[in-house]
Write a protein of this length. Structure first.
Ligand SMILES: Cc1ncc(COP(=O)(O)O)c(C=O)c1O
Length: 386
């Protein structure tokens, strides 16, 4: 019998029924008061999520990458210098994107799985000032949450703009646009908010707007000034035909998220993260990456020595319909990743761990049946008691 796959990947995350219903409801025509109210509501909620009173938040029809591309296209001119600390797949991709637009990219390089050291970034900026620092908050390939507050501080002290890829972290871990001095932060609909893929959001500070006025990189579809002109209409609009259904779903997703609020989401993500980590350890598996107690979005787990990690993710999917993420780049075949941010409950994690236990046994790795489930239950019961 066909059943939906059980997604335990770091995005797209499972979509709640309320969101599915909202995005399956009749279209609200994208020019007029109905869509205007929808956009205003979504934008207001996102500002709350970004923790900003001062920034503009623009909504674009694209996946997160489009939002990142918009930041590079709008803030810079060819030849502008930026600093990109590299510690995984997504920071490396940010570098490629900047280079595609003719920027000169300087780097501070780390082994994948490392937490970036603010002192190193400060030293690099002191040696060679740049126009901006490009950061990735949740390095989804390794699970590491980078210390954005401290990194933004050293960038601000050096007079550089701070541009953050928060695609897999906004709404999952703490973020403060105003409080941390961020200039651009990009999020996506399909990650911590558990809406469908298709909308990127971009928070933009006054300093970033100022940079965009003199920047000469080409832009048309992602021209911020055009988005802003339409967003400021009496009934806010997108310049181009937006992903209306996704926007309707995103409104429902935000309403659901804010039923409990940001703090409750943080507590839940931290708890689910601990449960996955304790569960994996109870099966004799090693965890990958620094700063495990802060890494609430996704856990990278090393495969046992004699089993290829991709075989684990392939087998658990074939046998149990459970989708884990494989390792990327140099981690391919070495780690598999379990996502635990967004619309996940305790029992979603438990059934994922149960499937993992059976899969490891099938592949010849000795496990004590129920060990990971028991470890996760212990985390949940302790959380309830505290
Ligand atoms: C940190 C990070 N940045 C960017 C992206 C790319 O986002 P999208 O696939 O929505 O374009 C992802 C996707 O997983 C991500 O995790």
């Amino acid at each position: 019998m066909d059943r939906p796959e059980i997604i335990l990947a770091p995005g797209p995350t499972p979509i709640p029924p309320e969101v599915l219903l909202a995005q399956g409801s009749p279209l609200v025509y994208h020019r007029g008061p109905g869509f205007g109210n929808l956009m205003r509501d979504v934008t207001t909620r996102l500002k709350e999520l970004y923790k900003t009173d001062s920034a503009d938040v623009l909504l674009m029809t694209s996946s997160g990458t489009g939002g990142l591309e918009s930041a590079i296209a709008n803030c810079f001119s060819p030849g502008d210098e930026v600093l990109v600390p590299l510690a995984g797949f997504f920071s490396e991709r940010f570098k490629k994107l900047a280079e595609t637009y003719g920027l000169t990219v300087r780097t501070v390089e780390y082994e994948w799985g490392t937490k970036i050291r603010p002192d190193d970034v400060a030293a690099a900026l002191a040696q060679h000032p740049v126009k901006a620092v490009l950061l990735t908050q949740s390095e989804t390939s390794t699970g590491v949450i980078q210390p954005i507050e401290q990194l933004a501080k050293v960038a601000n002290d050096a007079g550089a703009l701070v541009i953050v890829d928060a695609v897999s972290s906004l709404g999952a871990v703490p973020f403060e646009f105003d409080g941390w001095g961020i200039d651009v932060a990009v999020g996506g609909s399909q990650k911590a908010l558990s809406a469908s893929p298709g909308i990127a959001f971009c928070a933009i500070s006054e300093r970033a707007w100022e940079a965009s006025r003199s920047a000469t990189n080409p832009r048309f579809y992602f021209d911020w000034a055009t988005y802003k002109r339409f967003a400021d209409l009496p009934h806010p609009e997108n310049p181009w035909t937006p992903a209306i259904s996704v926007m309707q779903g995103l409104q429902a997703a935000l309403a659901l998220y804010f039923q409990d609020g940001i703090e409750a989401a943080m507590v839940r993500h931290q708890m689910l993260s601990r449960a996955v980590k304790e569960g994996a350890k109870s099966l004799g598996l090693d965890l990958f990456g620094e700063g495990l107690e802060d890494n609430w979005t996704v856990t990278a787990i090393r495969a046992p020595e004699n089993i290829d990690a991709d075989t684990i993710s392939d087998t658990i999917r074939a046998d149990h319909g459970c989708v884990l993420a494989p390792g990327q780049g140099p981690l391919k075949g070495k780690v598999f990743r379990i996502g635990h941010f967004g619309y996940f409950s305790e029992l979603d994690i438990i059934r994922g761990l149960a499937a993992l236990e059976m899969t490891l046994e099938t592949l010849g790795h000795p496990v004590k049946r129920g060990a990971a489930v028991a470890a996760a239950e212990t985390v949940f019961m302790e959380s309830r008691a505290s």
